[in-house]
Write a new protein. Structure first.
Length: 753
């Protein structure tokens, strides 16, 4: 070596060698009368793109051997000395031969119900430069799945298997420490101090190897990128509680909750088939309480196995108590609560609004919910609420369903209620804001769907958002989707003795929909809740209205005597209050009840009184309804022609008013009377009109009623196959809504079969 030329053999590490190259670059520049050779100059001398040269000389990218040769020769190193530079490069970047690293922790002892996911992950790992993300909530089984598959695939990675637990959503992990550990495992004795240089060196070392990297509990893509191997034959598995949408992965595998069958199999293998067989019911309860969460099943399985004398039913009873469920799901270092707290702490660091919506949205007893509902809870816009909810979804603390709906896993809901209690009153007015928003939206939806049938409230009617729901389809869908939640929230508020007026008004706003859609059980519960709320408020008019809501539900499920008793109670209150519209409504419903009880004369008398009151009040929409009800009594009396006259009068008024939903029901009633009158052709025509109209307005229950009548008309026309087809179409539309109508159609079909 020439004395004034850098000696690569003296370089202790890669940084020294790059510094020696820089001195060569300066010496070459001076020979050309320059202070320094630019990247453009070097590109001209070597033919290597200047962008690549910048990365090579900064140590960001591994420099191929042929590039190093061209560079040192261009900088004036004689060919005889170029070999020394190549040897130094190999010494500092290529690790000496040593043991192949096998850092994977032991595989899980049990893995059930994951065959499809295992196959999917193994196929993904066969791709070049595979980077596979396993995502799912804490405790769902991501780590076990990653290790199971890694051990299955380890044999084809002769360059080694590297593993790191990145500590999930906890404090930021020192990625440099992990890089250093990986480099030492791969034989590099001296790792650069600069993060970029360590990253470049890790890529260099893995470029020509087959290495499998498993990164568990990754909290962010920024943790993962510096640890990725560079070789085409390398593969990486990342397990994370978060979606890591900014990670450029080759495959993303969502780890699902265990199915009931898989959960039962896991429990059986943990505690023994004999104990499960001895109490199948308790085992079913335990599986249900764990909600498909693998960690919960492993914990409860370990606790059961350690207590052979304790019957399964005792564990099932403990888990059934939601107040102590998370307490029961702890054993040793395993804890569902602790697992969820890791996710929650990461959330509070990233987004205070997401943490707040987690606490607030867990309080209502709803099945699922929307950003609009959460906006009412939080007193923010739906857009702001939606952003917070999406952050919870990305953190796997919330499940996203279709049509913008969200739901909690039971464990997450219980945990969120705990942290809400720990945090103290976050927003005491939030529950009241929610129920007020639900009442106002229900009132708006009612007005959209039933403009001719305004409900009666105490005081001013609640007003919903002026622009929403803006059409019939949206309003009907809102009622259909939210009805279980409306019942649950009303029940919860009544139990807490808060927002009682809103509970009462919610029943009033919802009842017309429940009647039209055939939700009998829901109407009954709303009626009971509203009666109790009105009684607690000392609200006599509210009690009378609520009694009638409950009574009509009783009539729809064939509890006629109870319905009649309630209607008479309601009528007595309305007479005491001298409220004529309320009296007319009670008399109308009482007439229907007496008809169903077989008291046809009493029915005619009540309906006639109702008709007179409604004519006196000038309520033509209600007049049409009562006329149609009188037609049904006349039909029961066998006075078919008189019944048809009433039907035509009712239908004419209704069409004049333009109530398409009520028209579908009136056409169905008309068609049924025509069947009884021996006019099946005309009956079929009216029934088809009813089917089409009910379908048009989105009333599947009304469509089912019309199809049932169309089936009877077809049978009267001696078209048995056609009749059976109509009845079969009707059955699923009536199921779960109108037990009486569904049973009648099912019985008719069974007789025909």
């Amino acid at each position: 070596m020439v004395a004034n030329r850098p000696d690569p053999r003296a370089a202790a590490d890669l940084r020294d060698l790059l510094a020696a190259l820089d001195r060569l670059r300066i010496a070459a520049a001076r020979r050309r009368g320059k202070v320094r050779l630019s990247l453009v100059d070097l590109q001209a001398l070597t033919g290597i793109p200047k962008s690549s040269l910048a990365n090579y000389l900064a140590g960001r990218t591994a420099m191929p051997a042929d590039v190093l040769d061209r560079l040192v020769l261009a900088l004036g190193v004689p060919p005889a000395e170029a070999g020394a530079w190549a040897a130094a490069w190999e010494r500092l970047t290529v690790p000496p031969a040593g043991p192949v690293p096998r850092q994977l922790p032991p595989p899980p002892g049990l893995l059930v119900g994951r065959d499809e996911t295992v196959a999917e992950l193994r196929a993904a790992l066969a791709e070049p430069w595979a980077l596979c993300l396993l995502e799912g909530s804490g405790g769902i089984g991501k780590s076990a799945l990653a290790l199971h598959v890694a051990h299955l695939e380890a044999g084809r990675f002769d360059g080694g298997c590297l593993y790191a637990d990145l500590a999930g959503a906890g404090d930021e992990h020192d990625i440099g420490v992990v890089q250093g550990r990986f480099l030492r495992a791969l034989g590099v004795t001296s790792a650069p101090a600069a993060p970029e240089e360590r990253t470049a060196l890790l890529r260099t070392v893995t470029a020509d190897r087959r290495v499998l990297v498993v990164l568990d509990n990754a909290a962010a893509a920024a943790q993962v990128r510096p640890l990725l191997p560079a070789g085409r034959a390398c593969a990486t598995v990342v397990a994370s509680r978060r979606a890591l949408v900014d990670l450029d992965r080759t495959a993303a595998v969502a780890v699902a909750l265990l199915s009931d069958d898989a959960a039962r199999e896991l429990l059986t293998r943990l505690v023994g088939a004999g104990r499960v067989a001895a109490d199948e019911s308790a085992a079913t309860g335990i599986v249900a309480a764990c909600g498909g969460l693998a960690l919960a099943l492993r914990i409860v399985g370990a606790r059961i196995a350690a207590r052979p004398a304790v019957p399964l039913r005792e564990f099932a009873q403990r888990l059934a108590d939601q107040r102590r469920r998370l307490d029961e799901l702890e054993v040793g270092e395993l804890s569902v609560r602790s697992s969820l707290r890791v996710s929650y702490r990461g959330l509070t660091t990233d987004s205070a609004s997401a943490a707040r919506v987690l606490r607030l949205a867990a309080e209502p007893d709803w099945e699922d919910f929307t950003a609009r509902s959460c906006a009412a809870l939080m007193a923010v816009t739906p857009r702001e609420a939606g952003r917070a909810l999406d952050q919870l979804v990305d953190a796997h603390l919330l499940e996203a369903g279709g049509e913008g709906r969200y739901r909690f896993h039971d464990m997450v809901r219980l945990f969120a209620r705990e942290v809400a209690a720990e945090a103290g009153p976050d927003d005491a007015a939030a529950p009241d804001r929610l129920v007020a928003a639900l009442v106002s939206t229900a009132a708006t939806a009612h007005g959209q769907l039933f403009p001719h049938d305004p409900p009666v409230y105490d005081g001013d009617a609640p007003h919903g958002p002026a622009a929403w729901p803006a059409d019939d389809v949206t309003a009907w869908r809102w009622f259909d989707q939210e009805l279980p939640n409306l019942v649950a929230v009303a029940r919860q508020h009544l139990a807490a003795r808060r927002s009682l007026a809103e509970v009462r008004d919610l029943a009033t706003a919802v009842v017309r929909f429940t009647q039209s859609a055939g939700y009998v059980a829901e109407q009954e519960e709303f009626g009971r809740l509203a009666v109790e709320a009105a009684e607690l408020l000392g609200d006599k008019p509210g009690v009378a209205r609520s009694l009638m809501i409950l009574a009509v539900a009783m009539l729809r499920c064939d509890r006629t005597a109870a319905g009649i008793d309630l209607l008479r109670q309601a009528l007595a209150v309305q007479i005491e209050l001298d409220h004529l519209p309320g009296q007319a409504a009670c008399l109308n419903n009482l007439g229907n009840a007496l008809r169903d009880a077989g008291d046809l004369d009493g029915a005619v008398e009540s309906l006639s009184e109702s008709l007179a009151l409604r004519r006196r009040l000038g309520d033509r929409h209600k007049v049409a309804s009562t006329l149609d009800n009188i037609a049904l009594v006349r039909r029961r009396m066998g006075a078919f022609e008189a019944a048809l006259v009433y039907h035509r009068q009712a239908l004419a008024i209704n069409r004049e008013l333009g109530d398409r939903r009520r028209e579908a029901l009136m056409l169905t009633n008309f068609a049924e009377t025509l069947v009884h009158a021996g006019r099946p052709e005309e009956a079929a025509e009216r029934a088809r009109e009813a089917v089409a109209l009910a379908g048009f307005v989105g009333n599947t229950y009304g469509e089912g009623l019309a199809l049932a009548v169309l089936g009877h008309a077809s049978a009267a026309l001696d078209r048995p196959r056609e009749a059976a087809a109509h009845w079969r179409r009707a059955l699923p539309l009536l199921a779960g809504r109108d037990p009486s109508a569904h049973a009648a159609v099912a019985e008719t079909l069974s007789r025909r079969d």
